[in-house]
Design a protein around this ligand. Structure first.
Ligand SMILES: [Zn+2]
Ligand SMILES: [Zn+2]
Length: 162
């Protein structure tokens, strides 16, 4: 059952792996079962039990058996989810085609559909606009600071030092 879970620590049995996965995961209101691997980063594929991918391990022990010619895919599009009903095996080509795209950017803005590709745009216009606004505000603050007597004195000193 575990022979196609690469990187798995040898001491694991299907039972211990099931227990480990459940112990390290949390159910979200949307139904995803989010597992915590070693790193601090969430929302990405997680590693557990040696160097095994958690979603592949979960497929093997909760759904199984693993077909090594296929990939384990998330129907929910959440990479750190190990909910068995959200996992399926598909070919690499199918996985690329159907890879679920998050409907919002990391800041919660709804993402735009690119009519040319039928996929969601990677760039978020709202985030870009906000970043530009922050940049302009910073520039304005710097300009304002250089207009104070102290700022003027500093720029004069800089000028004199040339
Ligand atoms: Zn899920
Ligand atoms: Zn955004």
């Amino acid at each position: 059952m575990l022979e196609h879970v690469n990187g798995l620590s040898r001491r694991h049995t299907p039972e211990s792996l099931r227990a480990l996965l459940l112990e390290r995961s949390t159910r979200r209101p949307d139904g995803c079962l989010i597992v915590e691997g070693y790193g601090r980063q969430r929302g990405v594929y997680q590693k557990i039990a040696g160097r095994a991918w958690a979603h592949i391990a979960a497929y093997a022990v909760f759904v199984g058996p693993i077909d090594p010619g296929l990939e384990v895919d998330h129907t929910c599009g959440v990479k750190d989810c190990v909910e068995p009903t959200h996992l399926r095996q598909v070919s690499h080509a199918e996985n690329c085609r159907s890879r679920a795209q998050a409907p919002t950017c990391r800041n919660g803005h709804e993402r735009e559909l690119d009519p040319a590709t039928g996929r969601l745009r990677r760039q978020c216009r709202a985030c870009n606009a906000e970043a530009q606004q922050r940049w302009r505000a910073r520039q304005a603050a710097e300009r304002a600071a250089s207009m104070t007597p102290q700022g003027l004195a500093e720029s004069k000193t800089r000028w004199d030092a040339r």
